[in-house]
Design a protein around this ligand. Structure first.
Ligand SMILES: [Zn+2]
Length: 353
């Protein structure tokens, strides 16, 4: 059914939706509430084996685990959002990365922004992606030596790495070699598929990076991302419900795909046709638009407490009942990064990030 909705007029879709709702018993679907409200209202994950379903911008996750709010080399920010949840591979990677960042001189660790909601899915605010527990935002500000209070974590402003009134220019007073090394470090893990940074930051790396250029290719330019960068992991092995993204093109990415951001095109307001009818308000994503498994993820039983589903920094989850389906993985060690074999043609505009 969901496939046909997109191609039919909205009115027909609405009639279909109400007919559908009257016969279906599932509460999530029957209410017809936008998926972002349903997923945004979940306090705890679905207790199941870790499984991402769907794509980064249209999916959900079962068996997500929370990164503790405080670790030896990290702090989670904006705790009220409850977006500290991710695939256990992602949480393990963040732990590993936080230690590596300290080794590179990144203060006393990393500040972690949004990962995903407890069951992933669309959010009420902020992101198109981050839906399957494999995306995480890292602040361009290192963790201070003394812990930030919960209130400070809500209120601490982001620091942009760009010069305020200049077009796409990195602020030399703020950007350091350590920033560059930390971003490249994040890109270097084999399980990381992409890092998103502002085009100005990508250009800075292109102009100044003297190490391995192949890894630079994973660092992709995109709007925003000037006060934080975004780590995206590839679909974990065996995660059959996870929809992979096209591999990044080979090379360092310091090419036309970057130069495009320095043209007017990405920043121009869309041209308006004065005779065009006003576009209908886009229909909010419904649970039925997501992979089928996501309705089950919403309905699934949760753990008895947040603690039960919280990742333990020492490399496992806090001890719970033996029947827990959560298994903390070990992070793959320093395998060399290989340029992907599949080479897609880059789109003119970045899509699906
Ligand atoms: Zn992000």
């Amino acid at each position: 059914m969901k496939k046909t909705w997109g191609s039919r007029p909205i009115a027909t879709a609405l009639i279909l939706a109400s007919a559908f709702a009257s016969v279906i018993s599932d509460t999530a679907l029957a209410e017809g509430r936008p998926a972002k409200e349903l997923f945004g209202g979940m306090a705890l994950p679905a207790k199941a084996a870790p499984s991402p379903y769907g794509s980064y911008a249209k999916g959900c996750i079962a068996g997500a685990v929370a990164i503790p709010t405080d670790g030896p080399t990290w702090q989670a920010m904006r705790l009220s959002r409850n977006r500290r949840w991710g695939h256990p591979d992602m949480i393990a990677l963040l732990e590993r990365f936080s230690k590596d960042a300290v080794q590179l001189g990144w203060g006393s660790g990393i500040l972690i922004g949004d990962i995903s909601q407890p069951r992933g899915g669309p959010m009420l605010s902020g992101h198109a992606s981050h839906q399957i527990g494999l995306d995480a935002d890292i602040w361009f500000t290192p963790k201070p030596a003394s812990p930030l209070s919960p209130q400070q974590r809500e209120e601490m402003p982001f620091t942009s790495m760009l010069v305020k009134d200049k077009f796409l220019t990195v602020d030399r007073r703020l950007w350091t070699n350590t920033h560059a090394r930390v971003v490249v470090q994040a890109a270097s893990y084999p399980q990381v598929e992409r890092i998103f940074v502002n085009p100005a930051i990508k250009k800075k790396l292109c102009d100044t990076w003297t190490g391995d250029r192949a890894v630079l290719g994973k660092i992709r330019p995109i709007y925003g991302h000037d006060a934080h960068f975004h780590i995206r992991m590839r679909c974990p092995e065996g995660a059959s419900g996870c929809k992979p993204q096209a591999a990044v093109p080979p090379g360092d990415g310091c090419d036309k795909s970057l130069a495009w951001w320095f043209t007017k095109e990405p920043w121009a307001a869309p041209k308006k046709d004065p005779n065009a009818k006003p576009a209908p308000k886009p229909r909010a994503m419904q649970v039925s638009d997501l992979p089928k498994a996501c309705a089950m993820v919403l309905d699934a039983r949760g753990p008895s407490s947040e603690l039960e589903a919280t990742y333990q920094a020492t490399g496992g989850l806090l001890p719970t009942d033996a029947a827990s389906a959560f298994v903390a993985p070990t992070v793959a060690s320093d395998q060399p990064f290989e340029v992907p074999a599949v080479v897609p043609v880059p789109a003119a505009r970045p899509a699906g990030w």
